[in-house]
Ligand binder design. Sequence first.
Ligand code: AFP
Length: 342
Amino acid sequence: MVLHTATSVVTIERYIIEQERLYPEATGELSGILYDVALAAKMIANKVRSAGLADILGATDDENVQGEIQQKLDVIANDIIIKAMDHGGRLCAMASEEEPDIIPIPERFRCGKYVLLFDPLDGSSNIDVNVPVGTIFSVMRKITRGTRGEMEDMLQPGRRQVAAGYILYGSSTMLVYTTGQGSHGFTLDPSIGEFLLSHPNIRIKDPARYLSVNDAYEQVWDENVKALMRRYRGLDGEQSPMNVRYVGSLVADFHRNLLGGGVFAYPANKKTPKGKLRLLYEANPLAFVCEQAGGAASNGTTRILDIQPTELHERTPLFIGNKNAVAQAEAMLRGELAGVGA
Ligand code: AFP
């Protein structure tokens, strides 16, 4: 672990280099990927900031692979990431929440030993109303033998991630990432265009203060989920209530809970039995960051990072945040809380 005092000014580049030195066998390729992600983040932040001024607000006419209307900024962010990452010689393929299939590295560029999976602009239905949105990314090592990346390289359990993180385009732009040596946060200083270390070695605060969940689904939750929510809210008299905060932008909700202590829950329900969130682009990277900050993430029965994905756009229920709160969710799904105070 690299330690810094609160007064040292540390750019993300310097920090990445220092972290790389912790791995004598590192070739610098992973560091290069992280720089490129930070560069793409600055470009997206710039677009998000000027979204109200330029003619880029609102939906396009296309639907993406999830059957959702694509927002223009989604498309722009997707494009920015691909163009920032495809020619560095470090990746052998990419996958995006916005693209149906694997994104190959163009023939004219060299292929590297990593794959990048990303959600270019999460929470995009919030864009038109100026609510924070985010980018989420995950890096895995290639496991197949050929030069080009294949589906098998993408469908690895999240515990094999070598780096993951997110960028929150909020009142300031923040990038939080982990390479398995803690989770670290950087704030973009727009005057110099640099991400500066602002939150070294983030630890999720205990106890969980915030509960982020969309209550509109209560009628389609099963009884165990309802019992869990009553527990979280202190309605069964077993614990003090958590405050409810739900932005509807996963990165924003997750980030608040990471810094302030809390749990984000998107359980399965009768209408969406597999949940809504995507395992590879959302749950896995945030689970890696969360665990590295002392938290936990589960689909209700299994640790998120242990799930073996079977398809690129697989969805998963998600409980992520403080260890205790996530353990309660697992107990609920085992039926141990059923009927409590219901
Ligand atoms: P959009 O990208 O369509 O806005 O979806 C955002 C999201 O994937 C995630 O960021 C939110 O936490 C979650 O969906 C909100 O879903 P509900 O609207 O069903 O609560």
